[in-house]
Design a protein around this ligand. Structure first.
Ligand code: ATP
Length: 485
C-alpha cells in the first residue's frame, strides 16, 4: 500500500468541496475571499473538535468555567486592549497588478526562495535584517528598504513597482444603531474573543465562586480584515477561536505558562495528530506582542509549511490593568488567605478552530494503492469523524433494509450514523473512506439468521463478523484504542 504526503492544499480544497466539508462563501455570486462555509461533514467535524476542546478545558479542570460573550463590545474595549492603536499589519501594493501584500511576508517568501536555491548565507543575512525590524516604530520604512534593496518582485505580476509600506488596521468597523452616522457610533467586530473574557472577569469572579488560580474558556467567532488571505481556511477574515484565560498570582505565571503549554500540546496529540507533525516554537523576546512576557506557538506541519495553529501567551496583568484604567473599575483580586490585593496575571491559550479543522484534514489525508486503484481516505481520530458508522443493507431487500434501519435506530442515540443503500458495497465503502467514517456495517442474509453483521474498519479495511448486540461495544473499544499511523 503506497502513501503520499501533500505538498500543497489543492487536494484538501477539492476534497472539502466534493465531500461537503468546506465551501467557498456565497459561491453562487463568485465567492467572498477568505470567508468559508462548513457543509454537512465540516460542521460535524467542527462540532466534534469544539466539544473535545470544551471538555478538555472545562470538564477536566474544575477551576475553569465557560463563557459566551457577545461579538459586539463597547468600543472603549478596543482602545483599552491596544487594538485601535496597534492591531496593524504592514502592507504594500504592486502598482501594476493592484494586488496587496503583507510586506513582512513578501520578505519571508523571498528568504525561502533563497534557501531553495542553496543561498543560505544570503538568506541568513536577510533573516537577521528582518528580525531587527521587530519594533512597530520605523517598521514600514525598514520593510520598504529591504524590499527595494533586495529587488523583491511581486509574486503574481513579476513587476518591481511598489507603493510605500503602510500600516493597515485589521479590525472591521461598522455602525451601531438605526440613527448612527459618523465615527461617533463606530463599533468593531471583535478581532479576538479574549477581551470578552477580560471585561467579564469580575462578573465571573463574583458569581461563579472561583478563586485564583482559575480560568475562563470561550469559543466564538472573531474577525480580522487580513491583508493576505489566500490559504484556504488557514487565514480567514471571519474565523472561530477557542480561547482560555487563566488568572494566576503574579509570580506563579512562569510555572503556569509552561504547564499550559505542555497540556495544550498534549491535546493536539490526543485528538490524533501525528507527533512528528507538531512542534513548539517559542517567540524570541524581541518579537513578543506588546502585552506578552512570554509566548510560544504550537505549530503544525501543514502542506504550506510549519505554521501556527495555537498560541500560548503570558499576557501579564496588561489587559486587566488597562481595563481598570479605561473603565475606572477595580480589577483587583483579594487573596483572603494571604490578605493581599493584586491584579492577576493571565496565561492565555488561543487556538483557531478552522486551523485545527484544516490540520485534522491534512493529517488524515491518505492516498493508497489498493488492487491497482487509488483509494482516498481520511484516517482521522474516530472521535472527530463526522460520521461514526455507515450502515448498509447488502441489497435493497425489505428484510435487509429493516434490520439495517433497526441498527441505525439503536446506534444513532450514541453516534452520528449514515444509512446508505445506493450503489455497490465497494462504492459505499469508498464514499465513507473519503468522509473519514471509521466503521461501516453491512447487513446480509446470513445476519438475518444469526443476528450478526459485517463490520469493516476504515484504516486497514479489515472486516469481521460481530453480533448485532455487540456492535456498540466493539465501536467504543476501537474508538478508545485508536492511534494514528
Ligand atoms: P498569525 O501570526 O498566523 O496571523 P496570530 O499570531 O495573529 O496568527 P493570534 O492572534 O495568536 O494569531 O490568534 C490565535 C489563534 O487564532 C491562532 O493561533 C490561529 O489558530 C487563529 N487565527 C488567527 N488569525 C486567524 C485567521 N485569520 N484565520 C484563521 N485563524 C486565525
Amino acid at each position: 500500500m503506497a502513501e503520499s504526503r501533500l505538498d500543497n492544499l489543492d487536494k484538501i480544497v477539492s476534497l472539502s468541496k466534493a465531500r461537503g466539508y468546506i465551501y467557498q462563501s456565497s459561491e453562487i455570486y463568485g465567492g467572498l475571499a477568505a470567508v468559508y462555509d462548513y457543509g454537512p461533514l465540516g460542521s460535524e467535524l467542527k462540532k466534534n473538535i469544539r466539544d473535545h476542546w470544551w471538555a478538555a478545558m472545562t470538564r477536566k479542570h474544575d477551576n475553569v468555567v465557560g463563557l459566551d460573550a457577545a461579538i459586539f463590545m463597547h468600543p472603549k474595549t478596543w482602545e483599552a486592549s491596544g487594538h485601535v492603536e496597534g492591531f496593524n499589519d504592514p502592507m504594500i501594493d504592486d502598482k501594476q497588478s493592484k494586488k496587496r501584500y503583507r510586506a513582512d511576508m513578501l520578505i519571508e517568501q523571498h528568504i525561502l526562495k533563497l534557501r531553495d536555491k542553496g543561498k543560505d548565507e544570503e538568506a541568513d543575512r536577510l533573516q537577521g535584517q528582518l528580525d531587527t525590524t521587530g519594533s512597530r516604530k520605523g517598521l514600514c520604512e525598514d520593510l520598504h528598504d529591504i524590499i527595494i534593496s533586495e529587488e523583491i518582485r511581486a509574486p503574481e505580476s513579476g513587476a518591481f513597482d511598489w507603493t510605500d509600506v503602510r500600516q493597515f488596521n485589521l479590525m472591521f468597523k461598522t455602525h451601531y444603531g438605526a440613527t448612527s452616522s459618523g465615527d461617533d457610533d463606530a463599533i468593531y467586530l471583535r478581532p479576538e474573543t479574549a477581551q470578552g473574557i477580560f471585561v467579564n472577569y469580575k462578573n465571573v469572579m463574583d458569581t461563579a465562586r472561583v478563586q485564583v488560580p482559575f480560568g475562563i474558556a470561550q469559543i466564538g467567532k472573531a474577525f480580522r480584515n487580513e491583508v493576505v488571505a489566500r490559504q484556504f481556511v488557514f487565514r480567514m477574515r471571519e474565523f472561530e477561536q477557542m480561547e482560555m484565560q487563566y488568572f494566576v498570582k503574579p509570580g506563579d505565571d512562569e510555572e503556569q505558562y509552561s504547564a499550559w503549554l505542555d497540556k495544550r500540546l498534549q491535546w493536539h496529540k490526543d485528538i490524533g495528530i501525528r507527533e512528528e507533525n507538531l512542534r513548539v516554537a517559542p517567540h524570541p523576546d524581541d518579537k513578543l506582542a506588546h502585552y506578552a512576557l512570554a509566548a510560544a506557538d504550537i505549530q503544525y506541519h501543514y502542506p504550506i509549511g510549519w505554521q501556527e495553529v495555537e498560541g500560548i501567551h503570558n499576557r501579564t496583568d496588561f489587559d486587566l490593568s488597562r481595563h481598570q484604567e479605561y473603565s475606572g473599575k477595580k480589577m483587583e483580586y483579594f487573596d483572603q488567605q494571604e490578605q493581599e490585593r493584586y491584579i492577576p496575571y493571565v496565561i492565555e491559550t488561543s487556538v483557531g478552530l478552522d486551523r485545527v479543522s484544516l490540520m485534522v484534514l491534512c493529517d488524515a489525508y491518505r492516498e493508497e494503492e489498493v488492487d491497482g486503484d487509488t483509494r482516498t481516505v481520511l484516517k482521522m481520530h474516530p472521535k472527530l469523524a463526522p460520521t461514526k458508522v455507515g450502515i448498509f443493507p447488502l441489497m435493497k431487500k425489505p428484510e435487509l433494509q429493516e434490520l439495517a434501519h433497526k441498527i441505525e435506530g439503536d446506534l444513532n442515540d450514541q453516534f452520528m450514523v449514515r444509512y446508505d443503500e445506493s450503489g455497490s458495497i465497494g462504492k459505499r465503502y469508498r464514499r465513507q473512506d473519503e468522509a473519514g467514517t471509521p466503521f461501516c456495517v453491512t447487513v446480509d442474509f446470513e445476519g438475518l439468521e444469526d443476528n450478526t453483521v459485517t463490520i469493516r474498519y476504515r484504516d486497514d479495511m479489515a472486516q469481521e463478523r460481530v453480533s448485532v448486540d455487540q456492535l456498540e461495544n466493539v465501536i467504543r473499544d476501537r474508538m478508545k484504542s485508536w492511534k494514528p499511523e
